[in-house]
Design a protein around this ligand. Structure first.
Ligand code: DX5
Ligand code: ZN
Length: 227
């Protein structure tokens, strides 16, 4: 399976999270928002790193038949390294692991060796210093704006200081790293995150829980672009 190009680093992107979609009609829902999807965000929860379980490689395999978009897989897992090959074979393009699980450098190297675009995520209470040493080794930095595990939570504005810090450091070092925020992103918070320096916006509820998800995604992009 060849990877789908993520596109130029740093450009504003919308990454709808399928966690908020109706899993009974996932393919239709994903197709309905295709025009406004830059990356499709796939939330994988193992019931261990986070107190919830969601989906895994079989769903990626199925969705791959319905979408040519970049699949941005967020692995909320204690042992993601056991599944990199399975995600790659299923059609994942990028996988993001959490810094809180440790063994970060080795896991990033393993993910890249499998042919994945590589991301590193930090929970709201993990300081920038925990991810800073890995900036030269990653393609994506994901700063969580909620504690992971559930969709529909409220945006934690205090994370914006860390987003600003990360943006400054990415620019100073001149590394090709996308800066993603995830959790509670809607028309009100998206411009705040973009102003702080984020360029990839994950949104679940603000798209799929709305009566017209395509229109909701379009309006989210519009407000984010004005920020
Ligand atoms: C949280 C997930 C998020 C979440 C976003 O554990 O990583 O991707 O689904 O959902 P909303 O946009 O509803 O906060
Ligand atoms: Zn996520």
């Amino acid at each position: 399976m060849t990877s789908i190009d993520a596109g130029p680093t740093g450009r504003l992107r919308l990454a709808p999270s399928i966690l908020a979609a109706d899993f009974g009609s996932l393919a239709e829902q994903v197709r309905a928002i295709d025009d406004e999807t830059d990356w499709l965000h796939v939330d994988v929860m193992d019931g261990h790193f986070v107190p919830n379980v969601s989906i895994g490689p079989p769903v990626v395999t199925s969705l791959r038949r319905y979408s040519d978009r970049f699949f941005d897989c967020h692995l909320m897992m204690t042992e993601p390294g056991r599944y990199f090959e399975a995600f790659k074979a299923a059609g994942a393009d990028g996988c993001t692991i959490h810094v809180e699980i440790g063994d970060t450098a080795a896991l990033l190297t393993e993910a890249r060796a499998v042919g994945l675009r590589v991301g590193l995520a930090a929970n709201p209470d993990s300081p920038f210093a925990t991810v800073a040493p890995f900036l030269g080794q990653i393609d994506l930095l994901l700063l969580m704006t909620v504690f992971p595990g559930f969709g529909g939570q409220s945006f934690i504005g205090e994370v914006m200081g860390k987003v600003t810090e990360a943006r400054r450091e990415i620019d100073v070092q001149g590394v090709a790293v996308d800066l993603e925020v995830d959790g509670g992103i809607d028309e009100r918070t998206a411009p705040v995150a973009v102003a702080a320096g984020a360029n990839v916006l994950v949104a679940g509820s603000a798209i799929f829980s709305r009566p017209d998800p395509l229109a909701a995604a379009r309006s989210l992009r519009r407000v984010a672009m004005k920020a």
